[in-house]
Design a protein around this ligand. Sequence first.
Ligand code: 464
Length: 294
Amino acid sequence: RVKRTPNDFIFGKVIGEGSYSTVYLAKEVSTQREFAIKICEKKHLIRERKTHFVMREKEVFMKLDHPFFVKLAYTFQDSERLYYVLTYARNGELLGYLHKLSVFDIPCTRFYTAEVILALEYLHGLGIIHRDLKPENILLGDDMHIRITDFGTSKILQLDENGKPVNSAEQKKKNSFVGTAEYVSPEVLNNEPANFGSDFWALGCIIYQCLSGSMPFRSGNEYQTFQKIVKAEYTFPEGFNAEAKDLVSKLLVLDPEERLGMPNTGGMSALKSHKFYAGLDWDTLPSSSPPKLM
Ligand SMILES: NC(=O)Nc1ccc2c(c1)=C(Cc1cc(-c3cccc(C(=O)NCCN4CCCCC4)c3)c[nH]1)C(=O)N=2
């Protein structure tokens, strides 16, 4: 396969900023196809010791083949930069719609958080923990289905023949990274190894945010936010949907093993059968037409 070069693309506006990358809208000259091209400066990566993040991201993208994830089409480099040619999700971040609408109604919250659950079921099935799940990383394609992105800070666990993480020293290694303050889990703040439960904690924060318009542990500053997270100290606003309240309270649990979705509490099937999702057809979700975000 012929390696692309920057000259194969016409670069447009900046559509995303990572801590060590900038994402541009770009059009492939030969096909007129639009892509999101994530560019990393080699010097910056080396100076900030982030090279393993970009290596990990490519490793994860190579394993993913599911409609709810951004795809990596090509990679190439020139003397100063690395280029990752990724899916362009025209409708941008879920966060953009949350800002525009301030809250989602129940059908939209059910639909979009159910798509995140299907995405996590696939990702965890591959032994991959996202570790930085948040509305900025949940993109919306032309079809308004989700496309999850940003795997630079993911963790790949080795799984045994039953799909359970192998119990090894390597997998118990401390985290070299902490996610975004408002969504980071207590165990990561307490410097314990991340596990699939870390993504379920973030899911709990996202459900809360979709229905209330605010984040459960948001505080004056990061330190106060962390103090609340490690005690799972949060309250629901008046009128918060009762079924959603029950679901969130089973996700924002201090012990990661006791969170809904984890093996101790019945795994993914227990999460998918929660009454908040009653009546939802999980099998046809990816091919169903999304509710209008309004
Ligand atoms: N860190 C990362 O990996 N970041 C990435 C990776 C891949 C990727 C990525 C980020 C993308 C981000 C993106 C951003 C946008 C975008 C940026 C600015 C404006 C809009 C936009 O307004 N879209 C129309 C819909 N909006 C919705 C919100 C209210 C206004 C109207 C989209 C579209 N796609 C993308 O399409 N593909």
